[in-house]
Design a binder for this molecule. Structure first.
Ligand SMILES: Cc1ncc(COP(=O)(O)O)c(C=O)c1O
Length: 395
């Protein structure tokens, strides 16, 4: 049994450089950035302390055994990945940027399903490409869905505007909203992408948090191996955001060679002396910890959804299929409290209720009226934050 509640995140993380805690006032509980307030896998801490005690931090050779650990982890999801099909990357967002630059030209369109993780917009626009939006819509199952006709319409719309769409960034599971895409949905998406000659960058960083159904990796679609680049990392699952490491899974040798060239061109060649060791440690030794963590995250998500629905008028927060992030429709509350929109609601909750959340419209137009809530916090902290939001909403 691991202890997820014993450590006071407020006491330990504030002032220790944690982005989540140092960007907020002393009395605010942060439930914003996708970073967990649970202490890490104890074996990870031991491994890093041991490495830190060895007082040489010089250039470090890449250790191929980390590729084995990554491949082995991916096999949990039925994708028979070989170690040589994986490459170490410098972070998921940086790796997606490399993919966008490599597989599209300036002025090309890059397809994203919106609302979506904000840095996707920055990667696309910051590299001189055009964001082509496929707006997601609710269906019977969840807040976000797409259908084939909509993708076709979106691509023909871009073509009519003279935009050549060459890349799609898939977020799987999807952030925000936590949608876990089924094998059938992914197959439909890849079939259309292939017909339109799109390269697919599949961001699978939230893959280990799939609750209501199985996560299916894009890497398991052999027939599209020549156009799929999976970008992922241990970062969300084991809370390694501060170590800046990720990996690619690329089954096609030609594509992999292209990304290897990009990595040689755009990054430093050597490894980080802590980050690769961390990935290998969590993937080789972290499965029992993850099983307990997932049970805890799931309980937190269910509790938060139940609490918000039962205690606060004008909030609808379904339990997400994946991720540790709830996507709450707060339009009713926004109206009731006389807020100007989700950004104003979030600003007031931070200033008056002392809880920091994320405004839905940061994820794109379809996010207006929504708020993202990070439920990966120890129970006392999460309960206190929820109580504060309720008291404020009722006042
Ligand atoms: C979909 C998605 N991709 C990437 C990242 C960040 O990954 P990294 O820190 O490895 O760049 C996040 C973090 O929240 C995310 O939600």
């Amino acid at each position: 049994m691991y202890d997820f509640d014993g450590l006071s995140a407020a006491g330990v993380r504030r002032g220790a450089g944690a982005l989540k805690w140092t960007n907020v006032a002393e009395d605010v509980i942060p439930l914003w950035v996708a970073d967990m307030d649970f202490p890490c896998l104890p074996e990870l801490r031991e491994a890093l302390e041991k490495r830190a005690a060895h007082p040489f931090y010089g250039y470090t050779r890449h250790n191929p055994s980390s590729n084995e650990a990554i491949a082995q982890w991916y096999r949990r999801y039925g994708a028979g990945i070989e170690p040589e099909e994986t490459l170490i990357g410098p972070g998921t967002v940086l790796s997606l940027g490399m993919g966008v630059r490599e597989f599209s030209a300036a002025g090309d369109g890059v397809l994203v399903m919106t609302p979506v993780y904000t840095p996707f917009y920055e990667i696309i626009r910051g590299n001189g490409r055009i964001v082509v939006e496929l707006p997601l819509h609710p269906d019977k199952e969840a807040a976000f869905a797409f259908d084939a006709a909509e993708i076709e319409a979106c691509l023909s719309g871009a073509a009519a505007d003279g935009i050549r769409v060459s890349v799609a960034i898939l977020c799987s599971p999807h952030n925000p909203g936590g949608r876990v895409w089924s094998g059938k949905e992914l197959a439909a998406f890849f079939e259309i992408a292939a017909r339109h000659n799109l390269m697919i960058l599949a961001d699978e960083i939230h893959m280990d948090f799939a609750f209501q159904k199985e996560f299916v990796s894009a890497a398991s679609f052999d027939e599209y191996r020549d156009r799929i680049i999976v970008v992922s990392g241990a970062n969300k699952t084991f809370n390694l955001g501060g170590l800046h490491i990720s990996h690619f899974v690329i089954r096609d040798g030609v594509l992999r060679a292209r990304i290897e060239r990009v990595l040689r061109r755009e990054t430093h060649h050597e490894s980080d002396c802590f980050a690769e060791l961390a990935v290998e440690t969590v993937y080789r030794r972290g499965a029992p910890w993850l099983a307990e963590l997932k049970a805890r995250v799931r309980a937190n998500l269910e509790k938060t959804a139940r609490f918000l629905g039962a205690e606060i008028d004008g909030v609808h927060a379904p339990v997400p299929q994946g991720t540790y992030l709830l996507w709450a429709d707060m339009k009713g509350l926004i109206g009731r409290k006389g807020c100007k929109g989700d950004a104003d609601l979030v600003r007031r909750i931070e200033a008056e209720a002392k809880v920091k959340l994320t405004a839905g419209s940061l994820y794109g137009a379809g996010g207006a009226g929504f708020v993202r809530i990070n439920a990966a916090s120890p129970a006392p902290l999460l309960d206190e934050a929820l109580g504060r939001i309720r008291d404020w909403a009722r006042a």
